[in-house]
Design a protein around this ligand. Structure first.
Ligand SMILES: Cc1cc2nc3c(=O)[nH]c(=O)nc-3n(C[C@H](O)[C@H](O)[C@H](O)COP(=O)(O)O)c2cc1C
Length: 202
């Protein structure tokens, strides 16, 4: 059983975190642990019609962002790693500085200290030097800095295509390979966001 932690913060693009979980649900060998910040729940309401209940059901375990005693706050909790998607500047800076006052930054810090894989889908533009310096620090201490920047060589025809391609590449970083978008020279695809994936391995 592979365990993956998903952190969703209040940056725009909550759909990335949701889609990561939908994709992982196609593999019954993956156990998903979710933490959503308070701001993420507010941002979600502004940009999507998806219900929080639906999102929580995608995870095998949902952790409250204030519960710094949750299982995922300990290095003894083994996992493949953690993806924070989307990741706000606030949470990225907290992780870079070791400010671990909430569960997302604490779990991310633990992943780094245990030398597991942390993928940070930072979402802000433009970036000032302070942002860049924190990102550089985070990269130096082992995180994968993964702004969800679309590719166009695969000719995306919808937002869905763009989200799926980024999510597939984020999951690749954790050695979770789900064919949600065509890879260079290959074909593939799964149902759209908000549609529970039937007939997968789940
Ligand atoms: C609609 C909306 C979009 C936002 N987009 C971003 C964003 O793309 N990047 C970012 O760093 N913050 C963004 N913010 C601000 C964050 O939500 C805010 O900094 C919050 O404190 C982040 O807290 P968290 O990291 O605990 O979720 C946005 C806020 C709202 C309401």
């Amino acid at each position: 059983m592979k365990r993956v932690i998903v952190g969703i913060t209040g940056a725009t693009g909550t759909v990335y975190g949701v889609r990561l979980m939908e994709l992982m649900r196609t593999d019954s060998e993956i156990e998903i642990h979710l933490v959503m910040s308070r701001s993420a729940k507010l941002t979600l309401k502004m940009e999507h019609d998806l219900e929080l209940e639906y999102i929580n059901e995608l995870a095998h375990e949902v952790h409250e962002p204030g519960n710094i005693g949750a299982s995922i706050s300990s290095g003894s909790f083994h996992s493949e790693g953690m993806i924070v998607a989307p990741c706000s500047i606030k949470t990225m800076s907290n992780i870079a500085m070791g400010n671990t006052g909430d569960l997302i930054s604490r779990a991310a810090d633990v992943i780094l200290k245990e030398q597991r894989k942390l993928v940070v889908a930072i979402r802000e533009t433009p970036l000032h030097l302070g942002h860049l310096e924190n990102l550089a620090k985070l990269a130096r201490i082992g995180a994968v800095i993964f702004p969800p920047v679309p590719a166009f060589y695969n000719r995306p025809s919808s937002l869905q295509d763009i989200v799926d391609q980024s999510c597939m590449r984020m999951l690749d970083q954790l050695n979770v390979h789900i064919e949600s978008a065509p890879r260079w020279g290959e074909e593939g695809g799964v149902p759209a966001v908000g549609q529970k994936i039937e007939g997968g391995k789940a």
